[in-house]
Design a protein around this ligand. Structure first.
Ligand code: AR6
Length: 523
């Protein structure tokens, strides 16, 4: 699109921000409680990294907490002089990394001494075989030793228990950015022990990435290495909150009962821009996998993976966030963006330094809030129109968009959620997200990712809904009946219009399946 051409329809961003600016929206507080573990000392001053919270309990080694690699319980059996004994794995790790590592093969060999069942680091070897020797030398003499140092400081940086955010429980966890960096450094050297009871956690050790050969492997690695260069050069001083949300079936909205007019929600639909570049200050949606981060540490390089690569602090969530259930979402506040990028999927490229100028909130977090919601993967796209499928998606979006705060909520910045790898229909998903944001009391900013027809059609549909004061309940009923009609899926919007006229006993509009007729909005 031409630079000067207006690429958006609907309310201006200034209007949506009520003229007060994008940083004016309310944020959830950081108050330690039974439901919010804060693992650093308050208050946060942002001139130095916050000190760790002094633990009052001994370190847990059970299914409710992250098993820390430095725990006394992290042992392995050996036979010495014919006697079975248990040795500390952390001591072994300290010993192994007391010697320099000069190549990726030495790196793999070192890790395999304390982490059995490693895949071969073939992608990593290829990478170092191909880059100039001077770059590899710089990595093994500067960058890797700094990562290792940061990893081995974990007992001082994070001496306390790190609770797991488990399925079905509403719970928050706040960590300092320094604590996150040390956890990620441990993930890089693959120190986290794996247990059977972690089966439903995505896993954070980087061994999977090092083995996953793909066209974008080197670009992923560049993002990660660049992150470590930044945080080891200057320790970050802010903090991040990870919140797991669950809404029980009985507390979910009754979509067939909600009288809210969809037109009460303001929308801004833009065919240009992205959530991460243009959604500053808004509730930014991560088009997630139920295993948070999706293929970031393996195969896959689309919206979620890219977001996690440019904001690598998000990756740490894979350590403690169990598989996300249907009525759950994760909200992450404060993750910093470190890198820029170009391209997408196979053409994805790291493109260097990003200075994140987002201001901090009163609690020391960057005012960047990400709502992690996983759409359904429709291997048979026609399944998405069944009422049960629509219900699952609208409930999911509602969990991700709703808030305990009532006033001054940031608008949702979203787009074709579930409509790429997961094969959803953007015409349907845009309406589902409109219903969810309307019920949650947020305005909606929709990036159609270059799709001009979608921008026009969705906006015209919205105008139709708004001008006719159509409620969530009525739209829900139209959507519910769609799958049993004989109308083809491309004509969903026309079907809704026609259903409305039918409900009013008004004559049908001529040719109502033609897109050209959509702008014919009754005033
Ligand atoms: N901003 C706005 N819109 C975007 C952006 C962006 N930065 N990037 C992509 N889009 P997809 P899904 C649009 O496929 O279908 C991952 O592996 C673009 O139109 O990432 O929900 C996850 O881990 C794109 O086609 O999301 C899951 O496993 C569409 O959004 C799975 O993919 C959908 O992006 C989720 O797949």
């Amino acid at each position: 699109q031409c630079k000067d051409q207006k690429t958006w329809l609907g309310s201006s961003l200034n209007d949506i921000c009520k003229g007060k600016g994008i940083w004016s929206f309310s944020v959830s507080p950081v108050i330690p409680s039974k439901y919010h573990s804060v693992l650093y000392q308050l208050p946060v001053n942002l001139s130095t990294p916050p000190k760790p919270h002094v633990p009052t309990q001994t370190l847990h080694w059970d299914e409710d907490y992250v098993r820390m690699p430095y725990s006394f319980s992290n042992v392995f059996p050996v036979v010495e002089n014919g006697i079975n004994t248990l040795k500390s794995r952390w001591k072994l790790i300290l010993n192994i990394f007391s010697k320099p590592i000069n190549s990726s093969r030495e790196f793999e060999a070192a890790i395999s001494k304390y982490n059995k069942n490693l895949p071969r680091f073939s992608a990593l070897h290829n990478y170092f075989d191909e880059i100039p020797e001077s770059e590899a030398h710089d990595f093994f003499t500067n960058c890797l030793p700094n990562i290792i140092k940061l990893a081995l400081r974990l007992p001082d940086i994070l001496p306390g228990n790190l609770p797991l955010l488990k399925r079905g429980h509403c719970k928050s966890l706040s960590l300092s950015q320094l604590q996150v960096s040390s956890l990620l450094a441990n993930a890089f050297i693959c120190t986290f022990p794996w247990r059977k009871d972690m089966m439903h956690y995505p896993g954070v050790n980087f061994s999977v990435l090092f083995s996953a050969e793909s066209s974008y492997f080197s670009e992923k690695l560049k993002c990660i290495i660049y992150y470590f260069k930044r945080v080891t050069n200057k320790n970050p001083t802010g903090v991040i909150t990870f919140e797991r949300k669950h809404i029980s079936r009985t507390n979910m909205p009754r979509w067939d009962n909600l009288e809210n007019n969809l037109g009460n929600t303001k929308i801004h639909v833009n065919s240009s821009g992205t959530i991460e570049d243009d959604g500053l200050g808004f509730l930014q949606v991560d088009f997630a996998n139920k295993y948070i981060g999706g293929g970031v540490l393996g195969y896959g390089c689309v919206q979620e993976e890219i977001r996690f690569l440019i904001c690598p602090e998000l990756i740490v969530s894979r350590l403690f966030i169990e598989q996300i259930g249907d009525s759950e979402a994760v909200i992450i506040t404060g993750a910093e963006r470190f890198s820029n990028y170009t391209g997408y999927a196979d053409s994805f490229k790291w493109s260097g330094h990003h200075q994140d100028l987002t201001p901090h909130d009163d609690y020391g977090r960057l005012k960047t809030t990400i709502s992690v919601i996983d759409a359904t993967h429709f291997s048979r796209p026609k399944d998405q129109y069944y009422p049960s499928a629509i219900l699952r998606e609208v409930n999911k979006a509602y969990v991700g968009f709703s808030s305990r705060e009532r006033d001054n909520l940031a608008p949702v910045a979203t787009g074709n959620w579930g409509c790429g790898a997961f094969r959803g229909d953007p015409n349907l998903k845009s309406l589902i997200q409109l219903m969810a944001s309307c019920a949650a009391g947020r305005d909606l900013i929709y990036y159609s990712f270059g799709n001009i027809n979608l921008k026009d059609d969705f906006y015209n549909m919205y105008l139709f809904l708004a001008n006719n004061r159509i409620s969530i309940k009525l739209l829900w009923n139209f959507l519910k009946s769609f799958s049993s009609s004989s109308v083809s899926h491309e004509n969903l919007y026309s079907y809704i219009q026609q259903s409305f006229f039918d409900s009013k006993h008004q004559p049908s509009i001529k040719n109502y399946f033609s897109r050209k007729l959509l702008p014919e909005i009754p005033s």
